[in-house]
Design a protein around this ligand. Structure first.
Ligand code: ADP
Length: 766
């Protein structure tokens, strides 16, 4: 039973009508045709297909003196089960599984010859495999042949470590392993964590991932990651193709330098391409190319039998080019404009004629065009030539391709859309894309800052581009730098983007503690919001106003503004915004010490975040709820919520939030007299403080001291240790003690300095 054809058959209305009729018994095709008012041959054909797929069965029965075939259903039920990356179909007793997600981006290999030894070496390799050699020598084809089910990623020079990590994460996700994407989605950006999660993902899924054209990658962190992975993998594998041999160490890395095909392999290639060349004649041709497969391909396509010019490729390609039709040349010229593979859909619309498929196919067959997944490209060695001879207007194609990519509304495609908008030289288009990014694709800046900066850099004097560059700096905490850029473009931008820059200025001024400047910019933003009257700009205004009033301790005003925010996000249907605003409102109520109201809003945020699958906001809500319950003295509920938060934040390695949540859980446990559990938490806090240096972690010592005291023992050594570690953070020490005294009134805590310091190593930590 084949799953795909089965699903296709089931999505056809006539087939469904036939199946519905067969539910009531056996039928002869003619009878079915009569009922359905269809042609009998058509119905017969369909029945045969359905029979082949195993949904119906045909039986011969004797009617009078004739044998006739009647059909009936084989099973009344078909069960589909979606699994990660796979679909399972069960019909009666029969089960069938099929991989749903085909390896993406893998090149198409046809007419592959030779390379037996290389293939043997690759199939027995583990860990990291590096295939290096000159352009066109066959690295990509070899990797595709050796690892047909690998996931493929081809570098374009745009990407950075995090961009790549997302690609890896999405791939692992499709195989049912989601830790890396969860980590990235929650904003995790520690290089070491990413390396480790990539390793774990490759190991857990036992998969092979190909990094094609690594020499184009400009982010040295990617190389560091590969060195890290080398020697640490048992099950997974990373295959690298590159022109330049990278130094990734020796342990766990297999290096393979690729050279030309052997004469007999080259001859086989020529024969496979249907050329009848005598072996003696071929020997001369082989000398010309030294078995370079791309050159050989061109040579067999052309009528040339000897070399007459310096640049072999231009020369050979020139000869082949002469023979091409106008349409083929146009297609090549379009592909020549792009230094990365172009999707079939996009290419079709750029080319604009009906025969796109047959033209591409003919070019593919001649070896002039290559296919990776559903994307097409021209080999780099030939691109230069095509660019020289073609006279297509690049700007127009870049603009159109940029529009095509922007419509996809995914961050990765957005980056490419921006790249081509900038290449087209059309600034209006660039501004439109910035608007799109601001409104719908915030994550581009947080997820791919380096890559985005790189894309923007060619047009760095454009005000809209400066606004974006400021965003990247702001995200990195370079507030002064961001502010300078924004002040510079403030008067040069208009309309929506002017509103955006004012709101960013409010933000950055608050961040820098310059409240007067923040107030001024807030006023400017209000004027623009009134002028434009766009809901989005009003939303920006209220978001900034809430922050501004909150920081100035005008809680009532902040609350008013936050409630306006809530109305607008609801109006806009802003899925991500709503739980976030709800959390902010909860925070304001918390600050007002109205804990019941706060908990109400946190609970609403929790429900929404859960419904939308936003894990980070969901668990942030749990964390805030834990604090609110703790504040109300509902310690049991606090422990429950904190536990959810702790588990999640630990898993995604957000130790700051994990420590926060554990601290609240620990005091709550102490309040509940669940001292053994509290002790575990206290030790965990100390462990985390040791590894992250996060000060709240040292409160673990205070808790240990309190636990001792509550057990009637002496905890003073622990208090001393806490004071020691919290030197410079005395306020924190005092604040934690205060909380403890609130949680356990009557708890006697020895505040006086304890002379004897208890060393860390004496603390019984596992
Ligand atoms: P590289 O990745 O080293 O630049 P490619 O793998 O793209 O090289 O190969 C260049 C061209 O040569 C492609 O058109 C490919 O089809 C052809 N080619 C490479 N290796 C072989 C082979 N072993 N058999 C047949 N064709 C090959």
């Amino acid at each position: 039973m084949k799953v795909h054809p089965l699903l296709k058959a089931l999505s056809n209305e006539t087939n469904l009508q036939i199946l519905a009729l067969l539910r009531s018994g056996s039928f002869h095709p003619r009878e079915l045709a009569r009922i359905l008012q269809k042609d009998e041959t058509d119905v017969s054909r369909r029945l045969k297909r359905l029979e082949k797929l195993g949904i119906v069965e045909g039986r011969w029965v004797r009617v009078g003196d004739r044998n006739v075939k009647v059909y009936s259903l084989r099973a009344g039920e078909i069960k589909l089960e979606l699994r990660p990356g796979e679909i399972m179909v069960q019909m009666g007793e029969e089960k069938s599984e099929e991989t749903l997600l085909k390896p993406r981006g893998a090149p198409h290999v046809e007419n592959f010859v030779g390379r037996k030894e290389e293939l043997a070496l690759l199939s027995s390799s583990k860990g990291i495999v590096v295939i290096y050699g000159m352009a066109g020598i066959g690295k990509t084809s070899l990797a595709a042949r050796a690892f047909p089910s690998a996931r493929w990623y081809s570098f374009t020079g745009l990407e950075d470590l995090y961009y790549l990590a997302w690609q890896l994460g999405l791939f692992f996700n499709s195989l049912g392993w989601s830790e890396l994407t969860e980590y990235l989605r929650s904003g995790g950006r520690e290089e070491g964590d990413v390396f480790e999660l990539v390793r774990a993902g490759l190991e857990a899924t036992g998969s092979t991932f190909v990094l094609d054209d690594l020499h184009k990658c400009g982010d040295e962190r990617v190389y560091r990651m590969l060195s890290y992975l080398a020697g640490r993998m048992e099950e997974g594998r990373i295959v690298v193709t590159t022109r330049v041999k990278p130094n990734l160490g020796t342990e766990g890395v297999t290096y393979l330098q690729l050279r030309g095909l052997k004469p007999e392999e080259a001859y086989e290639l020529a024969r496979l391409k249907g050329k009848n060349i005598k072996p003696e004649e071929f020997a001369g041709l082989y000398e010309l190319t030294l078995g370079h497969p791309l050159a050989l391909n061109l040579l067999v396509e052309s009528q040339i039998r000897e070399k007459r010019q310096e640049n072999l490729f231009d020369f050979l390609f020139g000869e082949v080019y002469k023979e091409l039709s106008e349409d083929e040349r146009l297609m090549l010229s379009i592909l020549g404009l792009f230094d990365e593979p172009v999707e079939y859909e996009g290419l079709k619309s750029l080319y604009g004629k009906k025969n796109a498929f047959s033209v591409l196919y003919s070019l593919l067959r001649r070896g002039l065009v290559e296919r990776k997944g559903d994307r097409y490209s021209i080999h780099e060695l030939l691109r230069g030539f095509v660019r020289e001879v073609s006279n297509v207007d690049g700007g127009q194609y870049y603009s159109r391709y940029s529009d095509y990519l922007a419509r996809k509304e995914s961050p990765a495609d957005f980056l490419r859309a921006m790249k081509y908008a900038i290449a087209s030289g059309d600034r209006e288009r660039v501004r439109k894309l910035v608007t799109l990014r601001v409104r719908k694709m915030k994550q581009v800046v947080t997820d791919f800052p380096k890559a985005y900066l790189r894309v923007l850099s060619p047009l760095s004097e454009e005000p809209a581009v400066k606004l974006e560059m400021g965003m990247v700096y702001f995200q990195r905490g370079l507030f002064e730098k961001a502010k300078r850029l924004w002040l510079e473009v403030e008067s040069k931008l208009e309309g929506f983007l002017r509103g955006e820059v004012e709101s960013l200025l409010v933000d950055v001024c608050i961040e820098l503690g310059e409240m007067e400047c923040a107030g001024e910019k807030l006023k400017a933003l209000k004027v623009i919001a009134e002028e434009l009257d766009y809901p989005y700009t009003w939303l920006s205004y209220h978001i900034e106003r809430t922050k501004y009033e909150f920081y100035r301790d005008n809680l009532q005003e902040a609350l008013e503004s936050a409630l306006r925010e809530l109305e607008i996000v609801k109006e806009l249907g802003d899925v991500e915004g709503e739980p976030l605003v709800l959390l902010h409102i909860g925070d304001i109520y918390s600050e007002m010490e109205e804990r019941e109201r706060a908990a109400e809003y946190y609970t609403q945020a929790l429900k929404l975040a859960k419904a939308y699958g936003m894990k980070f906001l969901e668990h942030t809500s749990y964390m805030e709820l834990a604090k609110a319950y703790y504040g109300m003295g509902r310690y049991g509920k606090a422990v429950e919520s904190a536990t959810r938060a702790v588990d999640y934040f630990r898993r995604i390695r957000n130790y700051r939030r994990a420590v926060d949540s554990i601290a609240y859980r620990c005091v709550s446990l102490i309040a509940l007299e669940r001292l053994d559990e509290a002790e575990e938490d206290a030790k965990e806090l100390i462990r985390m403080a040791h590894s992250t240096g996060y000060p709240l972690g040292w409160s673990g010592y205070i808790f240990l001291g309190a636990i001792r005291e509550l057990r009637g023992e002496n905890g003073s050594e622990y208090f001393a240790a806490a004071r020691e570690h919290l030197r410079g953070n005395e306020w924190l020490y005092e604040a934690v003690l205060e909380e403890l005294e609130k949680a356990r009134p009557g708890l006697k805590v020895n505040k006086s300095a304890e002379k004897k310091k208890r060393g860390d190593e004496e603390i019984p930590l596992s």
